[in-house]
Design a protein around this ligand. Structure first.
Ligand code: SF4
Ligand code: SF4
Length: 174
């Protein structure tokens, strides 16, 4: 198994104690855009994301980040208790939600993860922001992603996440 696959497994497992018993509002239509995804992540979804409403995050502008929503109450990939997507096809937004990287170094394209933001809308945001093992695994995971994804694409992804504003998140610095 690749190191990235091991990290994905580890993150999923560490989230379990927080997400068990939660209604999973993060996979439902409670939010207008349920998740965002790079276009290469959309292509990897079963049937190319059939059943999802996929729109450009910057209509009329070149870009690779998509808003994903759906017609019904819940994401079509949501199973009875968990996401039915395999871990290697689960978009980054879904894998580490509600935890997102705080990225610095944009001026000279030497990007690094200086902290993590936890969205307050998650029912367990307080517990998650205090879970050092989980945050450590997510930090390691995002360190790798930041080294692989182009700064332009990552910048688009992060700037589209309007829900990452200071008032909507708790910031944990590293
Ligand atoms: S809202 Fe938070 S605790 Fe509930 S399933 Fe989503 S990530 Fe887990
Ligand atoms: S793809 Fe999976 S984790 Fe993401 S919103 Fe749908 S069910 Fe939830």
């Amino acid at each position: 198994m690749s190191e990235e696959a091991v990290l994905r497994e580890s993150i999923l497992s560490l989230f379990r104690s927080h997400c068990m018993g939660c209604s999973g509002s993060c996979c439902s239509a409670e939010l207008e855009d349920v998740f965002i995804a790079f276009d290469w992540e959309v292509e990897r979804l079963p049937d190319g994301g059939k059943g999802l409403v996929v729109t450009d995050c910057r209509p009329g502008m070149p870009g690779c980040v998509k808003h994903i929503s759906f017609e019904g109450d819940r994401c079509p990939f949501s199973g009875s208790r968990t996401c039915s997507l395999s871990l290697d096809t689960r978009p980054l937004d879904c894998l580490t939600h509600p935890v997102y990287p705080e990225v610095t170094g944009w001026d000279d394209n030497r990007l690094s993860v200086s902290g993590l933001r936890v969205r307050k809308s998650c029912h367990r945001a307080e517990q998650i922001s205090g879970d050092n093992r989980l945050l450590g695994a997510i930090k390691e995971f995002w360190d790798r992603q930041v080294a692989c994804i182009s700064p332009e694409a990552l910048g688009e992804w992060l700037s589209d996440s309007e829900y990452l504003s200071e008032e909507n998140t708790v910031l944990r610095r590293f």
